[in-house]
Design a protein around this ligand. Sequence first.
Ligand SMILES: Cc1cc2nc3c(=O)[nH]c(=O)nc-3n(C[C@H](O)[C@H](O)[C@H](O)COP(=O)(O)O)c2cc1C
Length: 198
Amino acid sequence: MNSVVRDISIERQVSAGAFRGAMRQLTGGVSVITAGRGRDISGMTVTSVSSLSVEPATLIVSINREASSWPLVKRYGFFGVNILTSDQIDIAERFTGKGGLKGAERFAGAEWITRASGAPLLAGALAAIDCEVEDIVERHSHAIVIGRVLDLQLSTRTAALAYWQGQYVAIDRDEDAVRLAEVSVPGPRAVPSPRAAR
Ligand SMILES: Cc1cc2nc3c(=O)[nH]c(=O)nc-3n(C[C@H](O)[C@H](O)[C@H](O)COP(=O)(O)O)c2cc1C
């Protein structure tokens, strides 16, 4: 495994506030990471999941090392990635720890299954992905976790949940595709026909 850590040669010129402001402009897909077994479980809402490679199937997620899920990911060596649908905002909220919910309490009110790894997977997720930890890079406040995909379950739903400028945003493929087609493709509804123009 190659790893190159370079010394940073230019002093930091950007404030934390400015950087946060820039990152607020980045639209992220909302997922819930889960880890642990039985009652020794926890999870957290994240937007930092992204694909690493297709062959082999791997993904990465950045996890704050202060988060309650972090020791479970490290100890068990497995985790679940649950990509949320647009109507699962309540689940996203529970997994931020809102209202003081901790560990197994966050899982109440939704259906969970397990596959090979034993990590909880959300039955109604847009995609539920079972992962084994392949590598961990602990850097600054966070750990970059590389997950090797063991198994997955896909939903037939077409409405995803995103997060942008501090707010949840629903993306509905059917509705938004129609809207996009109207503005980007000059079709019958966007350009009046010669007869309609008369
Ligand atoms: C939309 C959204 C995205 C988040 N993305 C991340 C993330 O990618 N990585 C991370 O460490 N925390 C992320 N968080 C914060 C965690 O959800 C939150 O700190 C964690 O669930 C609470 O930690 P606890 O389990 O220690 O209570 C995000 C929060 C929200 C609301």
